[in-house]
Design a protein around this ligand. Structure first.
Ligand code: HPA
Length: 272
């Protein structure tokens, strides 16, 4: 069970390290890794050194929290996120969000890589997540004692912050980049979807599908933390012409989109 004490311990360690009242939290997914190059005066805390971090395992040695300045703001960046498909549970994968909130962040920015289910969207394009469908078979709020952290029955009528979404849409226009808007469906993975599953996702109203983000967004809403999220679409999920998954190509496409994604987030931070 998650306790307040654990979160306070993790936060205290980070505050003592110099994580001084960050304003913005950022979850780096595929496509945003290079954002860390823009952090000024970085302070780094590896996950496996942070007390009470449930993820402090030998296995996950490369994950870290980075604190610093970006676009004139104090930010805390999560480099390396946790997925259900790696064997973590919903409380583990959302724990860093609760710690960043404890540190004082007022806004959360999330990125990920996803497959395009809506075939009007092409690989390499970006999609602003406007709403989501949770197909991960559970919730990060379905545990004992959740009320200590906020109302259990969290409203999800507008899970993504419309003000930040508006700014992102304007910035994309100014920067001349395609930013679709759509519904993200989250699955557990790690296997990709079958043709029948892609057909189902399309029929149920999803525009993109991926294996992350939704638990973090649910917890942000639980904490009344405004959140926005952008996907880079790395493959086209056409059930009638489905090609075998090509992971090197997915990574290459995410890397190609990276400068556009980084520019979008950097300018958003300047405007917040
Ligand atoms: N399905 C699920 N996750 C993904 C995909 C996909 O097609 N592409 C990138 N992440």
């Amino acid at each position: 069970m998650l306790t307040r004490q654990q979160i306070e311990q993790s936060a205290e360690f980070l505050i003592n390290k110099g994580f001084d009242q960050p304003e913005i939290g950022i979850v780096l997914g595929t496509g945003l890794g290079k954002l860390v190059d823009s952090i000024e005066e970085p302070v780094v805390a590896h996950y496996n050194t942070i007390p009470s971090f449930p993820l402090a395992t030998v296995e996950f040695h490369s994950g870290k929290l980075i604190y610093g300045m970006m676009g004139g703001k104090k930010v805390v960046v999560m480099q390396g996120r946790f997925h259900l498909y790696e064997g973590y549970d919903f409380i583990d994968i959302t724990y860093p969000i609760r710690v960043m909130h404890e540190l004082g962040i007022k806004k959360l920015l999330v990125s990920n890589a996803a497959g395009a289910v809506n075939l009007k969207m092409k690989k390499g394009d970006m999609m602003l997540i406007e709403d989501h469908i949770n197909l991960q078979g559970g919730s990060p709020l379905a545990f004992k004692g959740v009320n200590q952290f906020g109302e259990r029955f969290v409203d999800m009528s507008a899970p993504y912050d419309t003000a930040m979404n508006g700014i992102l849409k304007n910035l994309a226009k100014e920067q001349g980049v395609t930013l679709h808007e759509g519904v993200y469906a989250s699955v557990v993975g790690p296997q990709l979807e079958t043709r029948a599953e892609y057909r189902m996702l399309k029929n149920m109203g999803a525009d993109a599908v991926g294996m992350s983000t939704v638990p973090e967004v649910i917890v942000a809403n639980h904490l009344s933390l405004p959140v926005c999220a952008v996907s880079v679409l790395t493959d086209e999920c056409d059930p009638d012409n489905l090609e075998p998954v090509n992971v090197p190509e997915i990574i290459a496409i995410a890397e190609k989109a990276e400068p556009r994604m980084v520019a979008l987030f950097k300018t958003l931070i300047e405007e917040l």
